[in-house]
Design a protein. Structure first.
Length: 228
C-alpha cells in the first residue's frame, strides 16, 4: 500500500482504512461471511467530494448563480470524471476483488474505479481530516478544473437536438429505454431517440441520463430528419 500512498500524497495512520477503501463488496460473497468493504466509505467520500468541489467552484465563479455552479460541479463528480481520477492514480491495480470479479474484468470496470476513488477520499477524510482530503481532490482534479475555467459552458446535446427539431415541428424528441442490463453496480442502458414516430438514433451509457445524452449526440451527427 506504500506505493499507493505515494501516489495519493498521503500517509495513513490507520492502514486498515485504506484496505477497507480498496475492498470490493464482492469479497463478502466469496468468503460467505460479513466482510468489510468500501461501500460506507464511498458514501462518505461522495459527500466530501461534493463539499470540496462546491467550495472550489464557489470561489472560482463568484458571479455564477446556483444552477450554473450545480452544472459545473456535476461535470467534476460524474462517474466518468471519477473514473478518470481513479485511473490517474492507478487505483485499479490496488483493488481487493473476489475471484469472480477479477475474472470478469472488475479491476478495469468504470463503476468500480469511480466508487474506489470516492471510498479512498472518505478514508483520507476519516484518517486525517478535511485538509489532506481537499489537497488530494484538488490535486487529482486540477486538469478537469482547468478545463472548466477554459470552457465553463457544458455541452447539452439533448437541449440542442430539441431546439433544432422544434424549429421544424412542435413535437419534442422522445427517449425510450429499450434495454437495461448488468448488475446494480455496473448497469448498462440503451435508449432510442424517437421523433414524430421515427427513430433518429440510439445511445448507450452507464445511466439513463448518459445514454439519452449519447443518443441525442448521435442523432445530431446522423441528422436523419433532413431526409424527411
Amino acid at each position: 500500500m506504500q506505493a499507493l500512498e505515494e501516489v495519493i500524497g498521503y500517509r495513513f495512520e490507520n492502514k486498515d482504512l485504506l484496505t477497507e477503501a480498496l475492498t470490493h463488496p464482492s469479497m463478502a460473497y466469496e468468503l460467505k461471511k460479513k466482510q468489510g468493504n468500501n461501500q460506507r466509505l464511498e458514501f462518505l467520500g461522495d459527500a466530501v467530494l461534493q463539499l470540496v468541489l462546491t467550495e472550489k467552484l464557489y470561489g472560482m465563479f463568484p458571479d455564477f448563480p446556483e444552477g450554473r455552479l450545480t452544472q459545473l460541479r456535476a461535470r467534476l463528480v460524474s462517474k466518468t470524471a471519477l473514473e478518470k481520477f481513479a485511473r490517474s492514480m492507478g487505483l485499479g491495480d490496488f483493488m481487493i476483488l473476489s475471484k469472480g470479479e477479477e475474472s470478469s474484468g472488475g479491476r478495469d470496470r468504470a463503476s468500480t474505479l469511480a466508487d474506489a476513488f470516492e471510498s479512498v477520499t472518505g478514508a483520507i477524510y476519516l484518517d486525517g481530516g478535511i485538509v489532506p482530503a481537499r489537497d488530494m481532490i484538488l490535486n487529482v482534479s486540477a486538469d478537469s478544473i482547468l478545463q472548466i475555467v477554459e470552457s465553463p459552458e457544458e455541452s447539452n446535446p439533448k437541449g440542442k437536438l430539441q431546439e433544432i427539431l422544434q424549429k421544424i415541428a412542435p413535437q419534442a424528441p422522445v427517449y425510450d429505454v429499450i434495454s437495461e442490463s448488468g448488475p446494480d453496480h455496473d448497469k448498462k442502458f440503451v435508449i432510442k431517440v424517437i421523433w414524430k414516430g421515427e427513430k433518429l438514433a440510439e445511445g448507450h451509457g452507464d445511466s439513463k441520463k448518459n445514454a439519452a445524452a449519447n443518443g441525442a449526440a448521435n442523432a445530431l451527427k446522423a441528422r436523419l430528419w433532413e431526409g424527411n
